[in-house]
Design a protein around this ligand. Structure first.
Ligand code: IPE
Ligand code: MG
Length: 241
């Protein structure tokens, strides 16, 4: 069966999982898997762009990943800086709008600087919006939103009765993004891991055993085909149900 190009999801999110196991299977250090996983982001972003997906939102480092061994955390914080130096021109000359969501106050300054440079230099791009979630967690995002809304109420800028789902959405990192259509998680784990909890409200979920470094175009198409086979009713009814 072929992909229906008129039914491509607008916004796809992915939980990139399995880098460590991919490396272990090859008797290599976990960082080897992270390296392969990082290069895979480039290939999958390109494949998504070619298929007409407009927003690709990737879980790269969670608010809980700080609990990993220091050497691994350091690798994950430093590697993007090295890739940036090497591939800067390719990023700037692409048509991707690259954005980052998550906390910035715990990231190394050098990484924050790279993030800001990438965002600044790609902000006018009109192709795929590629969002990398770094030090991101939904509990943190929703707590921050709650504090902001509570402050508005306290300062008499908003009434309690005026708090609607839309108001909450306007205080999320994803406020300018279209609704999430599809979440893909690799490596056989069937859980959400504190990722985009609010945004997942009516997204379709797709889980695959494939480890992230092995998740290629074919695997992407399998996920998209599965998505296209779903009846999305958003709590309502359609002609068959
Ligand atoms: C995902 O791969 C990458 C990050 C969370 C940074 P893992 O590092 O979680 O790989 P496994 O789950 O140990 O195989
Ligand atoms: Mg994992």
């Amino acid at each position: 069966m072929n992909l229906d190009l008129n039914k491509i999801p607008v916004h796809v999110a992915m939980i990139l999982d399995g880098n460590g196991r991919w490396a272990k299977k090859r008797l290599m250090p976990r960082t080897y898997g992270h390296r392969k996983g990082a290069f895979n982001i480039v290939d999958i972003a390109k494949a998504c762009n070619q298929r007409g997906i407009k927003f690709l939102t990737l879980f790269c480092f969670s608010t809980e990943n700080w609990n990993r061994p220091t050497t691994e955390v350091q690798y994950l914080m430093n590697a993007p800086i090295r890739y940036y130096k090497k591939y800067k021109n390719r990023i700037f000359n692409s048509d991707y709008k690259v954005q980052f969501i998550g906390r910035r106050d715990r990231l190394p300054n050098a990484l924050v600087q790279v993030i800001e440079e990438i965002e600044e230099n790609t902000k006018e791009h009109t192709g795929l919006t590629l969002t990398l979630c770094v030090d991101y967690g939904s509990y943190d995002e929703l707590t921050t939103a709650t504090k902001q809304i509570a402050t508005l109420v306290k300062e008499n800028k908003l009434k309690v009765e005026e708090i609607t789902p839309q108001v909450i959405e306007e205080h999320l990192f994803t406020k300018d993004y279209p609704k999430l259509d599809l979440l893909i998680r690799t490596s056989g784990e069937i859980r959400i891991s504190n990722y985009l909890l609010w945004q997942l409200g009516y997204a379709e979920l797709y889980f695959t055993e494939t480890l992230w470094p092995d998740f290629d175009e074919k695997e992407l198409d399998k996920a998209l085909l599965s998505y296209q086979g779903r009846a999305r009713r958003f709590g309502g009814l359609n002609e068959n149900h």
